[in-house]
Design a protein around this ligand. Structure first.
Ligand code: SF4
Length: 367
């Protein structure tokens, strides 16, 4: 039985953005000063109510766009979290290049933020416009320089591929540009078009599967030439710069999520907060609990860990469930090992290199 523990990893969702990107289906609303004030009030209430671990290992403030808050509001948010930030080894904030002022960058540094994630997406101005983003690649570089001038140089860039009308040359140019900005970490995601987004409503389509697969292959081959290790299906880092917070999700640790749109997991319980800001303002303590069966939890642990290149520790599985992986998945994992899709090496279960990109079908066979 997984013990119910006080999670050591905290996620805080800021639901505001300066404008709404055409592909985005996260919980967000266009920033308005008064709404943000109300949200901070609600968040304060939630923080006082929740028993947040004072010995957190990581804090991740995502969104939405945390940097869309004005300076006073950003300081209020950071000061609310300060009692829990004393011992963290990694404190990440997502930043949009349009909304980071010098004063906000200084605040982040003053409150101990030591990692920044920036949405770069691609290098081409017309593609950025199509995505509904209002910054340029030069703005991204200026934001990085500003953060570095305040002492924050652990910077991750998010890029997207399989964008409508994107060619392989455009992707190469985007990657070259991102690399020339010297980030420590890169996340590359293929576009997926959800129904309730601007793209979904317009009936836009990503590229065909074959082109998308070619792009992914290029990414996986190119980035290691520049010193970036692919440690997770979509994530690459220079040595020593893997995301500690995101690794907690992939290694199936407990984590606490606060604010609207955030989820958490503690033992055999998952919970979701209200998806909309309106509902959250009505009752910031409301959450929906989703109990997990032991079988669900076992499968989720395998599913998340196999996203990592290193795979899953068989000892950790045994310690977590008091049952070995080979017993729990008897009859289902052996054919995958025999066909060379899974392997067990030095106490780790992992996808082989050739099967990593078809992880979903491997997991389907394990279910
Ligand atoms: S992609 Fe990021 S910046 Fe754009 S609307 Fe979504 S949360 Fe906001």
């Amino acid at each position: 039985m997984i013990p119910r523990s006080k999670p050591e990893y905290l996620y805080v969702h800021v639901p505001f953005c300066k404008s709404i990107c055409h592909y985005c289906d996260f919980t967000h609303t266009v920033y308005m000063h008064d709404r943000a004030e109300q949200w901070l009030e609600a968040l304060q209430k939630e923080i006082l109510h929740r028993e947040i671990n004072p010995h957190l290992k990581t804090i991740y403030i995502g969104g939405g766009t945390p940097s869309s808050l004005d300076e006073t509001q950003l300081e209020r948010l950071l000061s609310m979290l300060a009692p829990y930030a004393k011992h963290v080894c990694e404190y990440t904030v997502e930043v949009n290049p349009e909304t980071l002022s010098e004063a906000k960058a200084q605040l982040l540094a003053d409150y101990g933020v030591n990692r920044i994630s920036i949405g770069f997406q691609c290098a081409q101005a017309d593609q950025l416009k199509m995505l509904g983003r209002h910054h340029t690649k030069e703005d991204v570089l200026c934001t990085m320089q500003l953060l570095r001038s305040k002492g924050i140089d652990n910077i991750s860039l998010d890029l997207m591929y399989s964008l409508p009308h994107q060619t392989m040359d455009m992707l190469k140019q985007s990657i070259d540009t991102a690399l020339s900005f010297s980030p420590k970490h890169l996340s590359l995601y293929s576009l997926s078009i959800e129904e309730n987004t601007v793209f979904g409503k317009k009936g836009m389509k990503p590229l065909d599967d074959e082109t998308e697969a070619d792009m992914y292959e290029y990414i996986c081959q190119e980035l290691p030439k520049h010193g970036f290790e692919q440690y997770e299906i979509s994530n690459f880092s220079l040595p020593g710069y893997q995301s500690v917070h995101n690794r907690a999700y992939w290694t199936y640790r407990d984590f606490m999520g606060i604010s609207c749109g955030a989820s958490g997991k503690e033992g055999y319980m998952r919970y979701d907060h209200p998806f909309t800001l309106k509902e959250y303002l009505q009752d910031p303590l409301k959450q929906e609990d989703i109990p997990l069966s032991k079988e669900d939890a076992m499968f989720e642990m395998v599913m998340m860990n196999l996203r990592l290149k290193e795979g899953m520790s068989l000892n950790l599985f045994q310690e977590t469930f008091d049952e070995s992986f080979t017993d729990a998945f008897k009859g289902r994992y052996e054919p995958l090992c025999e066909s060379g899709q899974l392997c067990m090496e030095e106490g780790m279960l992992k996808c082989t290199e050739d099967s990593w990109h078809i992880l979903n079908s491997v997991l389907g066979a394990l279910l």
